[in-house]
Design a protein around this ligand. Structure first.
Ligand code: HEC
Ligand code: HEC
Ligand code: HEC
Length: 450
């Protein structure tokens, strides 16, 4: 009898143990998924570096900041962080030693993560990530800007403790889930919302005004479109299905992801479930049009338009079509494409000069490329082409780009093949238009041929 009891107790103990391990395993898996949704790997991994071991250089207006090692290594990583300390760092921008983090870490967005999700992320970083003994690098920021204490002031002013995410504000549970992902882990606003004078995002959700996801900045040469309901620069013409599909594959029948957005799709959104992508799309489609669109611009002089049209027919029409109609899922439409019609011509100039490659993936296996024209077209031809495209096919975007503008953008964008498909460039008024928060890209790491 005793023996039986003993066996029974043992049995129930071991099955409880197994259940616990299962729960733990599930929590780690959930954390891994959330880490994808938060794109932690993109910033916390150096080119050719160990995953999450930090060291990626992020240029900022004040100097270069390096992301840190967030593997569970006890000395170099965050192995000694408690759950509470981890939560403080991710949601409030406060390090274990009490100092403030640079806002290059998007904690103002992550501040709305739920306690459950933070616990899952913590479980993943402690038990699902390999510890790497890679030392952190100090930021190359000259004194006195290198002092961290002013960052605490910044944090208090611009990233006040967010109220917990309130799902009841939204029409249904799906839209609420989408809002949670877009505003929180997705940190879509860190690129798609314009920045204010101190580099703070002008809005962190739809209740804070029309600046929310209104686009309008330039990230390493790529102009960022609005994700609001506008037609020419926004998602007004997109269906929920198209949007979800774009986040999964980087393309729709009309358009394709490039530049910084190509990184977002390849490192983050393509790993999300269809249900979550659908929820994000549903939420984005609830946003009304943004601040009143710019006046329709006058078309360029006929001679300029004719010169530009000639360049287009000779170089572009074979892929993008004589009327900019493209070929579904191969060559994006240029008609009504935000890269063409958006308020800023930067993406258009940059993609013409540097070309782009649509990454292949499981859902869309073909890699198709757009050639680079920096050595084929002169600055004048590029300007004519841009002015033509911005006024062709019913477009009414400002068509007054000069050869000098093209040269300036080319200089600001760099040489093209330097693998700095950047990240986080913000227009910060006090520093001037072209100050950037940009980082090295993973383009090279992604390309096994290099
Ligand atoms: C846009 C870039 C970016 C993304 C995305 C990002 N981080 Fe960070 N993170 C940084 C930078 C840069 C720092 C260092 C800031 C500093 O030194 O002040 C940092 C610091 C941290 C720290 C403090 C580490 C320490 O050494 O004390 C933690 C923890 C952290 N990040 C976790 C995460 C997690 C978890 C995610 C994903 C949910 C994430 N980060 C996503 C850029 C990023
Ligand atoms: C690192 C900066 C960055 C982040 C973060 C980012 N985006 Fe983008 N996004 C861009 C850039 C640059 C473009 C323009 C290039 C393009 O159209 O592919 C863009 C384009 C888009 C487009 C295409 C719009 C159009 O008119 O063609 C959609 C949709 C989009 N982003 C959604 C999102 C969502 C949703 C998130 C958050 C999960 C997000 N983005 C996060 C930089 C970013
Ligand atoms: C060989 C075929 C080809 C030619 C020729 C070509 N392109 Fe492209 N173009 C592409 C492909 C493929 C993409 C998608 C690249 C990506 O998203 O990474 C693209 C993307 C673009 C985009 C971004 C649109 C979007 O939504 O992704 C613009 C703008 C563009 N091309 C303009 C031009 C112009 C202007 C010319 C002529 C100077 C030109 N292209 C010549 C194949 C071509």
């Amino acid at each position: 009898m005793r023996r039986l009891l003993f066996t029974l107790t043992l049995l129930s103990l071991t099955s409880a143990g197994a259940a616990l391990a299962d729960d733990e395993q599930q929590l780690i898996q959930k954390g891994e998924y959330l880490a994808r949704a938060g794109d932690c790997v993109a910033c916390h991994t150096r080119i050719h570096g160990k995953p999450f071991a930090g060291g990626l250089a992020i240029k900022s207006p004040v100097g270069v900041i390096y992301s840190t090692n967030i593997t569970p290594d006890k000395r170099d990583g965050i192995g000694a962080y408690t759950l509470d300390e981890f939560s403080q760092a991710v949601r409030r921008g406060i390090r274990k030693d009490g100092s403030a983090l640079y806002p290059a870490m998007p904690y103002p967005s992550y501040s709305r993560l739920s306690d459950d999700d933070i616990a899952a992320l913590y479980a993943y970083f402690m038990h699902g990530v390999k510890a790497e003994a890679v030392e952190n690098k100090e930021a190359d920021i000259p004194w006195p800007l290198s002092m961290r204490w002013p960052l605490s002031l910044w944090r208090m002013t611009f990233a006040p403790d967010a109220a917990p995410f309130d799902a009841s504000k939204y029409p249904d549970a799906t839209v609420a889930r989408g809002a949670y992902l877009v505003q929180g882990l997705g940190h879509c606003g860190s690129c798609h919302t314009p920045r204010g004078f101190a580099l703070q995002e002008q809005a962190l959700d739809e209740t804070q005004g029309e600046a929310w996801l209104a686009g309008g900045s330039v990230i390493d040469g790529w102009s960022v479109p609005s994700l609001r309901g506008d037609n020419d620069n926004g998602l007004g013409r997109w269906s929920v299905g198209e949007l979800a599909h774009y986040l999964k594959t980087g393309r729709t029948d009309n358009t394709a992801a490039f530049g910084a957005m190509s990184d977002v799709v390849s490192w983050s959104t393509r790993y999300l479930t269809d249900a979550d992508l659908h929820a994000m799309a549903r939420y984005l489609k609830t946003l009304p049009a943004g601040p009143s669109p710019a006046e329709k611009a006058a078309p360029p002089p006929a001679a300029v338009a004719r010169a530009g049209e000639q360049v287009y027919m000779d170089n572009c029409a074979m892929c993008h079509g004589r009327q900019g109609e493209g070929i579904a899922r191969m060559f994006p439409k240029l008609r009504q494409n935000s890269a063409v019609t958006g308020p800023l011509p930067d993406s258009l100039v940059k993609i013409i000069r540097e070309g782009a490659t649509l990454p292949a993936d499981n859902w869309a296996p073909s890699t198709v490329s757009m050639p680079a024209y920096a050595n084929t077209l002169s600055a004048q031809q590029t300007a004519d082409l841009v002015n033509y495209l911005r006024s062709a096919w019913g477009h009414r975007s400002a068509a007054d780009i000069t050869a000098r503008d093209v040269e300036k953008m080319a200089a600001a964008h760099g040489s093209g093949n330097d693998n700095t498909t950047g990240w986080l460039m913000m227009e910060a008024q006090p520093y001037g238009k072209h100050w950037t928060f940009q980082m090295e890209s993973h383009a090279e790491a992604q390309d096994p041929a290099k």
